[in-house]
Design a protein around this ligand. Structure first.
Ligand SMILES: [Zn+2]
Length: 152
């Protein structure tokens, strides 16, 4: 990394590292190996615009709030903290964004959400799966559940 003070591409020493923006970025305090000056770097998760391909063939821009809404409804009155909910939401988003294809079928989004809910809370998982079925999955509810339970 090039030092902004001496312009040398020397090895830097990280003197402090902390996550910011609710874990979405890392701020690092570095010390130049050549001149000992300190500077700060930021490492941030690249937010890629995702497009959701709906069952009816239409496209829709990915909306975090929609996923959050689905999670909240599934987790209603369940002993899962707000922090865990937010972590799960972020994990789901990372999964979706790390996919090669930036156009994702709504069915695939549902599957990713289910995979995370299954780990988080059984009841929420079942609830979400039933809604997921209601929005038009070709598979029967039972088949969807069985498919996921088998993965244990
Ligand atoms: Zn330097």
């Amino acid at each position: 990394m090039q030092c902004p003070f001496c312009q040398k591409r020397s090895r830097t020493h990280v003197v402090d590292s902390r996550t910011i923006k609710a874990g979405r970025a890392i701020r690092r305090r570095r010390e130049c190996g050549a001149c000992d000056q300190r500077f700060t770097t930021y490492e941030e998760v690249e937010i890629v615009r995702l497009v959701i391909l709906k069952r009816d063939g239409t496209k829709e821009e990915y909306n975090r709030a929609k996923i959050e809404d689905g999670l909240r409804r599934s987790l209603q009155k369940r002993p899962v903290s707000e922090e865990k909910l937010q972590r799960t939401l972020t994990a789901i988003e990372y999964d979706l964004q790390s996919r090669e294809n930036k156009e994702i079928k709504s069915r695939a989004v549902g599957k990713v959400v289910m995979q995370h809910l299954k780990v988080l809370d059984d009841v929420a998982f079942i609830r979400f799966a039933s809604v997921y079925k209601a929005i038009g999955s070709a598979d029967s509810f039972r088949k969807v559940i069985n498919e996921f339970m088998k993965e244990d």
